[in-house]
Design a protein. Structure first.
Length: 149
């Protein structure tokens, strides 16, 4: 059985929670929180199959989660930080790439093969993000990647 999920964004604490959609009662509740529907894994797979992953990355729910991840990681590129350098993060990288693991699209963490919890979403700078995706360099149309930048 596939469950649709929603994200609860609490603007008082800037927290985002992934909840089953049956929790969804209204768009706004008395606590000042809003609930937003997340794309299902099947919807994300359809976007991938149709070559429309930019629709996922432009989706409001992903953008809110990406902002939260960057905020939680103190606006620092985690790859540069590991090398002892500070660079401002402007992107969020899926460690488990979206096209290979759409089921982890909204998951900040995953469990690796050793049973350890690892970060799935990493704040990073432009250069480190491109280094994580060497397959995207220079398409024939002059753009760096399929998102046309």
């Amino acid at each position: 059985m596939l469950l649709s999920y929603c994200a609860k964004v609490d603007y008082h604490t800037f927290s985002l929670f992934i909840l089953p959609s049956f929790v969804l009662e209204s768009d706004h509740n008395k606590s000042g929180s809003f609930l937003f529907l997340l794309m299902t894994t099947d919807e994300i797979r359809t976007l991938i199959r149709e070559g429309r992953t930019a629709d996922f990355y432009n989706d409001l729910q992903w953008r809110r989660l990406a902002h939260k991840v960057i905020h939680d990681q103190h606006y620092e590129c985690q790859y540069c930080k590991a090398r002892g350098k500070y660079t401002r993060a402007r992107f969020v990288h899926h460690v488990n790439h979206l096209k290979e693991h759409p089921e982890l699209a909204y998951q900040e963490y995953y469990i690796d093969t050793d049973g350890k919890q690892r970060r799935n979403l990493m704040a990073c700078c432009h250069m480190c993000h491109e280094a994580q995706h060497p397959e995207r360099f220079r398409h024939g149309n002059g753009f760096t990647n399929e998102e046309r930048w």
